[in-house]
Design a protein around this ligand. Sequence first.
Ligand SMILES: O=C(O)c1ccccc1NCC(=O)[C@H](O)[C@H](O)COP(=O)(O)O
Length: 214
Amino acid sequence: MLVKICGITTREAAIAAVEAGADFIGFVFAESKRKITPAKAAEIAKNVPVSVKKVGVFVNEKPLVMREIASEVGLDFIQLHGDESSVTAESLPVEIIKALPAEKQLLAQHDDYPCDYLLVDTPSKSVRGGTGKTFDWDVLNEWKTNKKLILAGGLTPENVQQAIKKVKPVGVDVSSGVETDGKKDIEKIRQFIKRAKEREDEKHENIHHAQFTR
Ligand SMILES: O=C(O)c1ccccc1NCC(=O)[C@H](O)[C@H](O)COP(=O)(O)O
């Protein structure tokens, strides 16, 4: 099970995520209480092993700005969390995670979107991500796709195993659920990754993208 810890703003949180076995760490460059400057993200990223992928989260940012930040920070992935077109996604020089709210119609419309992973998150009218709220996971079981799915939205150390069992994604993503009083909590990061990866033995035979390949 791939694990992405998002909204990293400190070296301590990055180290905790890396040591606990995270596969991706995410830096939010969009408007957010977790927004980080490219310079600070670059400083943190330079101490992260190459095996842990660095993801930059953007919402409707100009492609030129995304390219500059990707180069400055050494991003491996760009996570598009807004209404970015396929053309924008294809113009970017790194791998793409496309984030979508869990709405049936929207998911269906993105079947051919050029991305390496689809991250499905909780819909919200006011903020684009990091809500800390779950959605009805059954929406995903009615959705047929050949995309690799990352499940996000309100995951916690307590509910992540249940979520994996029900949705069978290739990866899980968390931000609020590993925070205490709005700050990343080292112990929660460790617990989240441990529990997500504990189900490792049961994976592969029936992960979401394989189950629904047409
Ligand atoms: O985290 C944010 O504040 C944020 C703001 C704007 C766009 C995206 C954002 N986060 C993206 C993520 O990948 C989060 O991990 C994902 O939305 C899940 O968040 P949470 O429900 O808090 O675990």
